[in-house]
Design a protein around this ligand. Structure first.
Ligand SMILES: O=c1ccn([C@@H]2O[C@H](COP(=O)(O)O)[C@@H](O)[C@H]2O)c(=O)[nH]1
Length: 224
């Protein structure tokens, strides 16, 4: 079985992204390319990375009116990403249209609440209640809108999985025990996230900023 780890290659440098992906290839199940990479390298960069031979997760977190998101996904279609993100807070019509516009083999997953946010951040944007409640509310919206799964933290994935048995659960914000959290607020260990029902884990800096990315990926994989 392939590793559930998707390495987040958050760099604008194509050569650096390629070098890290090539180093860690044996210990990860895929690569995640986000806004930083895509803004700098565009579709050409995605093609170059796909040539390495790992599934590509395109984490562009689309959030706009339904027509705009659907057209953006149609434009991305030829890249055939394994996974593509939109924001669940874009609403039901946007989620439905996003799924309808995606290639058949692409999993569309909805970001519920960024792992860099906590309950205080929710309150600051006028959303009452705990992070957990917000994630479960948006999980139900995503499920009933026909997308394939959600992005949430490892603290909510067990409850989200209980509510959506065959959903696809992406968990970023994972850190090895004693690892630096950086800007992440809702953090668990990779093992905890897997035990709680994650389908895949997104791991960035703990691998990409390590002195030896290959060893870091291997050590995280060994905990799973
Ligand atoms: O809620 C979310 C959604 C996406 N991400 C992305 O995952 C990686 C995490 O990187 P680390 O360096 O392991 O913190 C990054 O690309 C984010 O854009 C997330 O962290 N939280």
């Amino acid at each position: 079985m392939s590793s559930p780890i998707y390495v987040a290659l958050d760099t604008p440098q194509l050569d650096r992204a390629k070098a890290i992906a090539t180093k860690v290839k044996a210990h990860v199940g895929g690569i995640k390319l986000g806004l930083e990479f895509f803004m700098a390298n565009g579709r050409h960069g995605v093609h170059e990375m796909a040539a390495i031979g790992l599934p590509v997760f395109l984490d562009l977190k689309l959030h706009d009116i339904p027509n705009t998101v659907a057209k953006a996904i149609q434009a991305l279609g030829p890249l055939e990403p394994a996974v593509l993100t939109v924001h669940a807070s874009g609403g039901r019509a946007m989620l439905e249209d996003a799924k309808a516009a995606a290639p058949v083999g692409t999993k569309v997953v909805a970001v519920t609440m960024l792992t860099s946010l906590d309950g205080d951040d929710l309150a600051a944007i006028g959303v009452g209640g705990a992070a957990h409640d917000q994630v479960l509310r948006l999980t139900e919206l995503a499920r009933s809108s026909g997308v394939d799964g959600i992005v949430c933290s490892g603290g909510e994935v067990a409850a989200a999985r209980a509510a959506w048995k065959d959903g696809f659960f992406v968990v970023p914000g994972v850190r090895p025990a004693n690892g630096s959290h950086g800007d992440q607020k809702r953090v668990v260990t990779p093992r905890h996230a897997m035990d709680s029902g994650a389908s895949i884990l997104v791991v960035g800096r703990p691998i990409t900023q390590a002195e030896n990315p290959d060893q870091a990926a291997r050590e995280i994989e060994a905990t799973l």
